[in-house]
Write a protein that binds this ligand. Sequence first.
Ligand SMILES: C[S@@+](CC[C@H](N)C(=O)[O-])C[C@H]1O[C@@H](n2cnc3c(N)ncnc32)[C@H](O)[C@@H]1O
Length: 264
Amino acid sequence: MEAPHHHHLTQPPAIVAPMIPTPGDGLVFHGPLSEARAASLITRLTAEPRPRTILDLGCGRGELMLRLLSALPDATGTGVDLHAPDLAAGAATASARGLGDRVRFLEESATNTEHGPADLVLCLGSSHALTDLEPPAHTAAALVALRALVNPGGRVLLGESHWTRTPTLDELAHMWPDASASEHGYLADLTDAAVAAGFRVQWVETATLDEWDAFESAYLAACEVWLASNEDEKLRERVTTQRSRYLRGYRGVMGQAYLTLVAG
Ligand SMILES: C[S@@+](CC[C@H](N)C(=O)[O-])C[C@H]1O[C@@H](n2cnc3c(N)ncnc32)[C@H](O)[C@@H]1O
């Protein structure tokens, strides 16, 4: 009698096309955020008054929201983003952690969203998702939108860019196309805008250079490893450009603030 698996052995091996990685593959948070800072944010944001509803705008994979929901067994969450693959990844992670019935990931714009108000609103690296205005006006407009989306006494966690000092012309020339010093304010401008929008500033913290280096490295690492033994001109160009933008452009000049805001 023929061995049941015999014919498999005689088939030619399947030709597997090498999977070209995408920058950002493997990131946990899509921004400069360490595990230690994430843990301390979760401690602060789950303290009294414990939120019952969380809204994550421009959520991506929604990792921080999912960790908050794990720490808040009575809470429910809604994530909103335009990027379907990240939403699907977030939903899969939610199911794997037993959170599937407490969270939804919605593929829609966060601009003028009707999913508020919530007790806790997250906006991490995605203030541009809340308004059609261009930088720098988008930050103040996003804060006004966030104020309308949070319940009185609730919290907003805003992760937002700012300049640590005035960028030089040479640094600006190495950043993204048309980068200009007017795109961002300083940290104090950000907190002023939060107060003007009706918040009190409970906590100010900024990503360290180590967090930035870890984020930028993790963003490109899978591509770099792949390019060490494969060739793809477009990817090589993209990776090289991104590293130069960071190291010659915004490293140490653009900061990332995490503001814990209380709705007055
Ligand atoms: C820098 S990522 C941050 C993702 C996530 N908050 C995190 O920290 O991991 C910015 C996100 O904003 C999303 N985004 C951009 N415009 C948007 C819009 N109009 N509505 C909803 N999401 C948007 C992008 O798809 C992207 O996932």
